[in-house]
Design a protein around this ligand. Structure first.
Ligand code: FES
Ligand code: FE2
Length: 421
């Protein structure tokens, strides 16, 4: 349970809010690279951390990210002409390059110096891992570009997609790091329902540790002959990785993959969920057809419209099938992703955490909040922030394996965490 004030502190991300300031210390994905497929192509609207922006790929192929409104009389830059290394407002023709400099002002006399005094607000971008990242913070605090292993994998070895989620980022993030719901809500074969009575099978023992990039945690299940350990990482502000067992992309030849999400606040009430997967093994690229099939199975892929909004959503009750729910699956909702969205969005645009009752298996959620509060305190007192320096997480990798019952999971899984890219 949180006080109303603490809930606001953790969830509001607009300019000048504590969490908004926190996100503005990091690079965050602003859009998929595929949304800007070619130089001088159509600009795209981007709403990010409560700010309305427009992205365009200029003649050099570099992406500019500028205010959605022209600084002249606030006309929409979305309708602008993307030409010769700049975006020209079509109202009176003012043109701005990707750094926000006004490079042409045809509506003023040719000898006017007004042009040199006007800029459009712009943010730096960085293209990597099929995403365009942006930094919305103070220029003097701009960190090194992001350094996740995902961004160094060859394009043949990774897949990245995004979907719109109709609620505040924190309930998405809390859903992502909650290991307990997976074996209950995502159960696709409820059979005689006896699985719900077996606590040891159902709920992993969770071990958590703070790190200099955020935290790591392991879900540990003791079995008769061995111990199954799944190790996760949360790289602040909102990059989550989990290891997936052999064949998760539906093809054993793909080898083990690392999967995860990056949750990016659109504004206080909406979120972009970037989903990624990449192959551990340089010798084994992903089979893109199978990746696509899996995306659809999860409730992404073909379930998204051209604006990356799920077609199965709040408005149609996620097409819940009550018969299926009685007989086959816990939720009666198709696709793990859709199941997550149904429950997370159903909490309301911003979950009212003053009304919740956290139990023993919510430790990861409590831990996350502690680290976020610590981060906000550090931000306010000028202290060091985790994961701003990409060196802190460059070589971080999640893991999934069985170990001997008497082994220490940290030692036994060390080799799994060595990156290869
Ligand atoms: S409003 Fe953009 S040039 Fe006038
Ligand atoms: Fe889930």
């Amino acid at each position: 349970m949180l006080s109303q004030a603490d809930n606001e502190r953790l969830t509001r991300i607009g300019p000048g809010t504590p969490m908004g300031n926190f996100f503005r210390r990091y690079w965050v994905p602003a859009l998929l690279a595929e949304e800007l497929p070619e130089p001088d192509g159509a600009p795209v609207r981007v709403r990010l951390l409560g700010e309305d922006l427009v992205a365009f790929r200029d003649s050099d192929g570099v992406v500019g990210l500028v205010s959605a409104f022209c600084p002249h009389r606030r006309a929409p830059m979305f309708f602008g002409r993307n030409e010769e290394c700049g975006l020209r407002c079509v109202y009176h023709g003012w043109k701005f390059d990707r750094n926000g400099t006004c490079v042409d002002m045809p509506s003023e006399p040719p000898d006017s110096l007004f042009k040199s005094k006007v800029t459009i607000e712009s943010y730096p971008t960085y293209e990597a891992g099929d995403m365009i990242w942006a930094y919305l913070g103070l220029p003097e605090l701009q960190p090194e570009p992001p350094g996740h292993e995902l961004l160094r994998t060859p394009a043949t070895h990774r897949s990245v997609s995004k979907s719109f989620e109709d609620c505040n980022f924190l309930q998405c993030l809390e859903g992502g790091i909650d290991p307990t719901h997976a074996s209950i809500m995502h159960n696709m074969n409820i059979g005689d329902r006896s699985f719900l009575n077996n606590f040891d099978e159902l709920v992993a023992n969770i071990q958590l540790e703070k790190t200099n990039y955020g935290f790591t945690y392991a879900g540990i299940r003791l079995r008769s002959n061995d111990t199954w350990v799944r190790g996760y990482h949360l790289i602040l502000p909102s990059f989550h990785m989990r290891a997936t067992v052999e064949g998760s992309f539906g093809n054993r030849d793909d080898g083990p993959t690392i999967d995860g999400h990056i949750w990016v606040p659109i504004d206080d009430e909406h979120t972009w969920v970037y989903s990624f997967g990449y192959s551990h093994d340089p010798a084994r690229p992903l089979d893109k057809e199978r990746v696509r099939a899996r995306e659809t199975r999860l409730g992404r892929g073909d379930f998204l419209d051209k604006n990356y909004h799920p077609r199965t959503n709040k408005a149609n009750d996620y097409e819940i099938d009550r018969e299926k729910q009685k007989t086959k699956t816990m939720t009666g909702i198709h696709g793990i992703n859709t199941q997550d969205f149904a429950l997370q969005e159903g909490m309301g645009q911003v979950c009212d955490r003053t009304q919740e009752h956290l139990g023993t298996t919510d430790r990861a959620i409590i831990f996350l909040r502690q680290i976020l509060f610590e981060s906000l305190d550090a931000l306010e007192s000028g202290g060091r922030l985790r994961a701003v320096d990409p060196a802190t997480y460059r070589n971080v990798r999640s893991f999934d394996r069985t170990i001997a019952n008497d082994a220490d999971w940290r030692t036994a899984t060390k080799a799994d965490k060595v990156t290869k890219y």
